[in-house]
Write a protein of this length. Structure first.
Length: 480
């Protein structure tokens, strides 16, 4: 072959390597922005052709291809960048096993002795092979659901990845594997072990350097994952205060790490926060959190380019949102009805017997998702109004005289309120004896109805967030 031909081949090979390097960098930038479909496309374009036997003998060429395959595999199992109908699990395994095979083929081509194969892999390819083990384990762990049949295989792969990463002293990667071991333990309901592994991962990540902006962002992103893992664990353990604390920290870390409040990974934190608020029956905060998650998921799906991405997670979030809004509406309807009955009271007058207690009972019942029950009459009133069996009439009268009067609105205040409304509507209203509204009366006709409706709405809005801690009061007020 002529020198010109060899030079042309060398130029072509160099050009391919440069193209792949550019594609790799472009993919990393797109991934950081959360455009996963475009990031995966860059990797596919850069590595569209499989390696030939001659190329597999080239260490740089093989390493570049393996790194691209590892990242593409992660795009499939972590971000679900697969065609609709494809399995992220199976597609990721296919890609990562190809990467493993390339490493093995290259080492066997270059090692002078079969006995050296393991040594060369450990010394030169530990980083790439640990990525393969980690990805192959997580593709199974994430998508196997409740099926525990492959747990032994997953454990073996994660332990192998951890061994190689500890030999490399790759702290960031060690923390990743520790977190994955925690996720496996959580799936197995071994909560103590899960918390221990998550905590080890968190402590390792807290020691990561942050001297530069890039290092700080990497550290915050890693910390966010630890806090999300712990938050979901505490949620499953029904330790809601600790769950919320971890998830709020996760959201903060994601925002700092990615420099955006609507990065796709922020959705993991706010979705979990919505789940905690639902458990606490803090429906307003649950509504806010799930709305935020849905907005993030929808924005991501707009750039899906036909890929599956998190379409299933979006569907789940929308179903949760429908449930939350239905619960809030039910509580508000119950509270308005309960407030009206409470204000009119059992005796038909404003603030009649049991009025304030009826409102409170209606509020509690609404928050618990039950129908309100009428308030019991006070025992002293029962004694005063019931027919005495053996006690003298005088004693009954004294008992009645000692009974506190039923809670009623001041007549003067009622008159003043009525006069105000009358002046606005040019309608003469008499309130000398407050009474229940006639069937055809409206709020405009009857000030009692108007007042009851206003109170009902106020109480309903308050109890739609029933179950929140005082610390959440500021957020609740902001949402009003």
């Amino acid at each position: 072959m002529s020198e010109s031909f060899l030079a042309a081949v060398a130029d072509r090979m160099e050009g391919v390597l440069v193209l792949e390097a550019k594609g790799r960098r472009s993919s990393a930038v797109l991934e950081a922005k959360g455009d996963y479909a475009a990031a995966a496309k860059e990797l596919k374009d850069a590595m569209s052709d499989p390696l030939t036997d001659a190329e597999l003998a080239d260490e740089a060429k093989t390493r570049g291809k393996v790194n691209d395959l590892v990242k593409l595999g992660e795009m499939k199992w972590r971000y679900r960048v697969v065609e609709k109908g494809q399995s992220p699990r199976d597609e990721a395994i296919k890609v990562l096993e190809t990467a493993q095979r390339y490493v093995d083929t290259h080492v066997r081509k270059t090692a002078t002795d079969e006995a050296l194969v393991a040594t060369v892999k450990a010394e030169k390819w530990a980083a790439e092979l640990s990525e393969c083990c980690q990805g192959l384990a997580l593709a199974r762990l994430i998508f196997n659901g409740a099926n525990r049949e492959e747990d032994a295989t997953i454990t073996s792969m994660l332990e192998e990845a951890l061994r190689m990463r500890e030999a490399l002293d790759a702290k960031l990667k060690i923390a990743d594997t520790r977190n994955s071991l925690g996720a496996l333990a959580q799936k197995q309901k071994d909560y103590a072990k899960a918390e221990a592994e998550y905590t080890k991962s968190l402590e390792t990540r807290q020691q990561l350097p942050g001297a530069t902006e890039a290092e700080t962002k990497d550290r915050e992103q890693a910390l966010a994952q630890s806090h999300v893992s712990l938050g979901n664990l505490f949620l499953e353990m029904e330790d809601y205060p600790r769950a919320l604390e971890s998830l709020k920290r996760a959201k903060q870390c994601y925002v700092v790490g990615f420099g955006a409040t609507d990065h796709p990974k922020v959705a993991w934190a706010v979705e979990a926060m919505a789940a905690v608020y639902k458990k606490q029956k803090a429906w307003r905060l649950a509504d806010e959190a799930i709305d935020e998650a849905i907005a993030i998921r929808k924005k991501l799906q707009e750039t899906s380019d036909g890929q599956q991405l998190f379409s299933k997670e979006l569907e789940k979030a929308e179903a949760s949102n429908t449930e939350i809004e239905a619960r809030r509406a039910s509580i508000q309807d119950t509270m308005r009805g309960g407030a009206m009955k409470g204000l009119l009271g059992a005796g038909g007058g404003l603030g009649g017997k049991g009025g304030s207690r009826n409102i409170l009972l209606a509020a509690k019942a609404a928050a618990a998702g039950k129908a309100p029950e009428p308030a019991p009459e006070p025992a002293v009133e029962e004694a005063a109004t019931s027919e005495p069996s053996a006690a003298p009439a005088k004693e009954a009268k004294e008992t009645k005289d000692l009974a506190p009067p039923p809670p009623q609105m001041s007549l003067d205040k009622a008159k003043a309120g009525a006069q105000k409304r009358a002046s606005r509507s040019s309608t003469d209203v008499t309130v000398d004896s407050p009474k229940a509204a006639a069937p055809d009366e409206t709020k405009e006709d009857n000030p009692v109805l108007a007042f009851a409706d206003a109170v009902g709405k106020g109480v309903a809005d308050f109890f739609s967030g029933f179950g929140k801690k005082p610390a959440d009061a500021k957020d609740d007020a902001a949402a009003s």
